[in-house]
Design a protein around this ligand. Structure first.
Ligand code: FAD
Ligand code: NAP
Ligand code: SF4
Length: 682
């Protein structure tokens, strides 16, 4: 894989671990897909990993597999505790090895994060993210947990894995033992750090003894807990050195417990924000160290390896977005990478909703055997109208399947609303999706006709076999007296910078776009975007030096740039409908900036005094300079043939996708998936 002509030579260099060599420095980190929880899904899981191994990645780690029932994340979650489970896992290891890859199985005991009644922990301290209070493990229970880890690792070896990753970070069981936040024991496993680390060190020691020297034993170590009662840096180092002595082959690093109120992976976290912490760990141990979190493109990854800061990089979600990430880097085709935009919408949000993980920008992820882009038997002439996410996806997949495709858009650029979305602070990565699709259009040979507002007559006259309408939406204008005043503007006017609102603004509508407009209006235009790592750490109170326990320090956020009101008619909590794993970040930003979020609002009128409303029946006048409308959207269906129109012989078949098909609950995940699924079926 190493190629001195590539722009990323260090990243592609093999890593010699003594008894085995990894083909490059890129690891696909562990992600729960949901497929590992059911024995009948292991063939799908094998196909998913096979594609990633074929894509050239140096090392793969599976989603978390529990060593026993108490460690389940969810009821009946993936477990490896009996010889009968080995057969399924073999499907995975054989698929990866057939493509020249290497794979570790992650052993994950969720401790008090388990969403099931058998949960255990160091102490009986309930977590804020599970309704189940854990039972404190007895000393006998601890010994049986160690045996479960050993049994699990031996079974993984039998199943053909190249090693195991022991999950010791993100606030799971071993992390719970390590920190006083959750470990209040007074026996040999609590109190001093020597006692608190006894369980993880004993597990590593006994696993190493059981599996022998030629089996990779990676430990995912929490280098920054980002919670009160987390470990100090000297403790982090002391634990790492003890684990190393006990038999660890290499360290992966973990940032932040799941209950931390500091974002660690969403798109607004600067790229490679935490790599310096992994680099500090490398200075204290002799075995290789892996950096993780928000590394998604090769330049940052190469710089980390080339500078000697770390030995490998771990990327998890970027391999959902693009299985061929490494091969593309090796071939110098970086501009073809389908970049993970850190949205969490189809991966983590699915996992938390107990659905199969996939990817917003790559709907095939997790569905490799079900969504297949086969060569079409009959080449068709296809028109796609609208080059937003839905149209881009449909056009490129249809062309990949061998059809003759023309893509129209009335705008002078592709991307539709994604061009607006990427103006929002923290959503800069969305531009990568448009770069990817622009390249894909060229590669697949789609004919692109920009600056053309297509009419139905035009479509009928051109002799297309199929017409895909992906014309998106128009913003809704609510019927409020005074809505036609000049100081009432649409989110499009604001985000396209056609209007610069005054210092006091009311936002009507608190959906995803209302929150985005809020963040846009709070941002001081003098501060460059994306935020630097240093600036971001000040905003969130993160100490990358970890001088304070857990790496938390008081935040020093910038002063709010405007006074904002964010309004909705529903009486539910404002922002309740936002993404499960990212919505809290948006709410926290607005709260910190003093935004008044009001629910149960009725809009009465807008006049010189401002916006007149009632809030839960109480009249109020919001004295604002501007009102910004973010009141949802309606489908743009002007090109649809009337339902009762007779279909003439030879007329094209019409299909609608994305916002044009249904504006409510529309997001780019649905738009891109609908485009791909339709195109694959044409
Ligand atoms: P659109 O993106 O609206 O594209 C439709 C295209 O059709 C446009 O380019 C238009 O010019 C073209 N068109 C219309 N009529 C014609 C015609 N007659 N002839 C030629 N061309 C025509 N979604 C998420 O999933 N996550 C997010 O975080 C997110 N954030 C967002 C933030 C903002 C500020 C905005 C505005 C949207 C955001 N979205 C987000 C929503 C997402 O962008 C949309 O769901 C998605 O763009 C819908 O895709 P689409 O292809 O159906 O329509
Ligand atoms: P949305 O989420 O449906 O929100 C629309 C808002 O407008 C709601 O708060 C709604 O609340 C209000 N509203 C609806 N009709 C109204 C009316 N007649 N008068 C006044 N208010 C009205 O839609 P959106 O914010 O426009 O976002 C569009 C899509 O983009 C969404 O589906 C979203 O998933 C996606 N998006 C996602 C993200 C993300 O971070 N994941 C970010 C941005 C956008 P009430 O009815 O209670 O008033
Ligand atoms: Fe990345 Fe979003 Fe895809 Fe998840 S859904 S892998 S965060 S692009």
């Amino acid at each position: 894989m190493s190629d001195s002509t590539t722009a990323h030579p260090r990243l592609l260099q093999p890593l010699n671990l003594g008894f085995t060599t990894l083909r490059n420095r890129v690891m696909m980190g562990s992600m729960h897909t949901g497929l590992e929880d059911r024995f009948y899904n292991y063939s799908k899981l094998a196909a998913y990993f096979r594609e990633r191994a074929k894509g050239g990645v140096g090392l793969i780690v599976t989603g978390g597999i529990s060593p026993n029932r108490q460690g389940w994340l969810l009821p009946f979650g993936g477990t490896l505790n009996s010889i009968f489970d080995v057969h399924n896992h073999r499907k995975v290891t054989e698929a990866v090895h057939a493509e020249g890859g290497k794979i570790l199985m992650q052993i994950l005991h969720s401790g008090r994060y388990g969403y099931q009644p058998f949960v255990v922990s160091a102490s009986a301290v309930k977590s804020p993210i599970s309704m189940f209070k854990p039972r404190a493990l007895t000393e006998r229970g601890i010994q049986s947990t160690i045996r479960a880890y050993v049994r699990c690792a031996k079974l993984a070896q039998k199943a053909g894995y190249d090693g195991v990753e022991i999950m010791g970070s993100e606030g799971y069981l071993l992390n719970q033992f390590l920190c006083t936040r959750t470990n209040q024991r007074t026996d040999a496993y609590g109190g001093s750090i020597e006692n608190r680390m006894r369980l993880p060190v004993e597990i590593v020691r006994q696993v190493r003894a059981a599996v022998g020297p030629n089996f990779i034993l990676m430990y995912r170590h929490s280098v920054l807990d980002l919670v009160e009662g987390g470990n100090s840096w000297p403790e982090v180092v002391q634990v790492a050195q003890a684990l190393e002595a006990a038999g660890v082959t290499l360290f992966n690093t973990g940032i932040g417990w799941h209950e931390a109120r500091t974002p660690t992976i969403v798109t607004s976290v600067p790229r490679a924000a935490f790599a310096s912490v992994a680099a500090r760990l490398k200075q204290s141990v002799k075995v290789p160290v892996i950096a993780s979190n928000r590394i998604n493109m090769p330049d940052e990854a190469e710089a980390l390896i080339a500078s000697g800061s770390v030995d490998m990089v771990s990327m998890a979600r970027p391999f959902l977005a693009d299985a061929d990430w490494v091969n593309k880097v090796a071939a110098g085709r970086v501009d073809e990478i389908n970049t993970c935009i850190g949205c969490n919408q189809a991966c983590l949000d699915h996992t938390f909703a107990n659905q199969r993980a996939s990817c917003l920008v790559n709907p095939r992820a997790g569905h490799e055997t079900e969504l297949v882009y086969r060569k079409a038997q009959h080449k068709k002439r296809i028109a796609v109208v609208g080059a937003g996410p839905a149209g881009l996806s449909a056009a490129t997949v249809a062309a990949e399947c061998g059809h003759d495709v023309t893509l129209f858009d009335s705008s002078d650029r592709v991307g539709g609303q994604f061009n607006i979305a990427m103006q929002v602070p923290g959503k800069e990565e969305f531009a990568q999706t448009l770069r990817y699709f622009a390249r894909r259009l060229a590669i697949t040979g789609v004919r692109l006709q920009l600056g053309q507002r297509v009419t139905r007559a035009q479509l009928l006259a051109q002799g297309y076999d199929d017409v895909v309408l992906a014309t998106g939406i128009v913003p809704r204008t609510p019927r409020i007296p005074g809505v036609d005043r000049t100081n009432v503007v649409s989110y499009l006017d604001v985000l396209q910078r056609k209007v610069v609102p005054g210092p006091r603004v009311a936002i009507i509508g608190a959906g995803g776009i209302g929150f985005d407009v809020g963040e846009f209006l709070l941002h001081d235009p003098a501060v460059a975007l994306p935020l630097s790592i240093e600036h971001w750490c000040h905003e969130w109170g993160v100490d990358l030096q970890a001088q304070a326990d857990g790496g938390l320090v008081p935040a020093e956020p910038a002063k709010p740039y405007r006074q904002l009101f964010l309004l909705q008619r529903k009486t539910t909590r404002v922002g309740a409908g936002l993404g499960k794993t990212s919505g809290w970040v948006h709410r926290a930003v607005l709260q910190r900036n003093g935004v008044q979020m009001l629910s149960g609002v009725e809009y009465i009128r807008i006049d010189d005094a401002g916006l007149h409303v009632t809030v839960n029946g109480e009249p109020r006048v919001l004295a604002v300079d501007h009102v910004v409308l973010c009141a949802g959207q309606e489908s743009l269906t002007e090109l649809l043939p009337p339902a009762d129109a007779p279909s003439a012989a030879g007329a094209p078949r019409f299909h609608t996708i994305g916002g044009a098909a249904l504006a409510s609950e529309l997001d780019a995940k649905r738009a891109i998936r609908e485009g791909a699924v339709l195109a694959a079926s044409l």
